[in-house]
Design a protein around this ligand. Structure first.
Ligand code: FMN
Length: 170
C-alpha cells in the first residue's frame, strides 16, 4: 500500500491495512478446518494460518478470528480436521470462506473418527485433538495434536497477496 492510497484513512486503520498487505507477501497453502458444533452439525472454515509446530510430539496450529460464526464450535469441540486443498479446489476455499451459507450441502464429505466431517478429496488431511486455546489478540490460536493423517498429493492451492496462485514449475 502506498502512502497516497492510505491518506484518507485514520493512522490506525491505514497501519492495520498496510500490515495485512505486508503479511500477504508470505505465500501459504490453503486449508479447510472442520468440526461439529454442540448440536452435532458440521461446521468448517477456510484457513491459511495453519502451520506445523512439532514432530515429537506431533503438533500443529492455526488461528481463528474471535468473530467467526464457528468460533464456539472450534473452541468447544476437542477434535478438528485440517484439509489441505488442491490447486483445482478454489471453489471449496471460496465456499468455506463464506458466512452463514450451507457449506456442506454443496460438497462430498463423510463422517470420520470422533464424527469429524471429512472432505472426500484433498491433498492431505490431519485429524487433531485440541491441546490448547491460546489468546492471540483478535484471534485465538488452536494448538492440536495430530492423531491421524493421510496424504494423496497433487498440486497445492497457494494463496499470496490476497489471490490464489499456481505454483511456479520446478
Ligand atoms: C485464503 C483464506 C484464508 C483464511 N484464513 C483464515 C484464518 O486463518 N483464520 C480465520 O479465522 N479466518 C480465515 N479466513 C476467513 C474465514 O474463512 C471466513 O471468515 C469464514 O467466513 C469464517 O466462517 P464462519 O464465520 O462460518 O466461521 C480465511 C479466508 C480465506 C479466503
Amino acid at each position: 500500500m502506498t502512502a497516497d492510497s492510505t491518506q484518507a484513512l485514520s493512522p490506525a486503520l491505514s497501519r492495520s491495512r498496510a500490515l495485512r498487505d505486508t503479511l500477504g507477501q508470505f505465500a501459504t497453502g490453503v486449508t479447510v478446518v472442520t468440526t461439529r458444533d454442540a448440536d452435532g452439525q458440521p461446521v468448517g472454515m477456510t484457513v491459511n494460518s495453519f502451520n506445523s509446530v512439532s514432530l515429537e510430539p506431533p503438533l500443529v496450529l492455526w488461528s481463528i478470528d474471535k468473530h467467526a460464526l464457528s468460533y464456539n464450535a472450534f473452541t468447544a469441540n476437542e477434535h478438528f480436521a485440517v484439509h489441505v486443498l488442491k490447486a483445482d479446489q478454489q471453489h471449496i476455499s471460496n465456499l468455506f470462506a463464506g458466512r452463514g451459507t450451507d457449506k456442506f450441502g454443496q460438497i462430498h464429505w463423510h463422517s470420520g473418527p470422533a464424527q469429524l466431517p471429512l472432505l472426500d478429496d484433498c491433498a492431505a488431511h490431519f485429524h487433531c485433538r485440541r491441546m490448547q486455546c491460546i489468546d492471540g489478540g483478535d484471534h485465538t490460536i488452536l494448538l492440536g495434536e495430530v492423531l491421524e493423517f493421510t496424504a494423496s498429493g497433487g498440486e497445492p492451492l497457494v494463496f499470496h497477496r490476497g489471490r490464489y496462485r499456481a505454483l511456479a514449475g520446478d
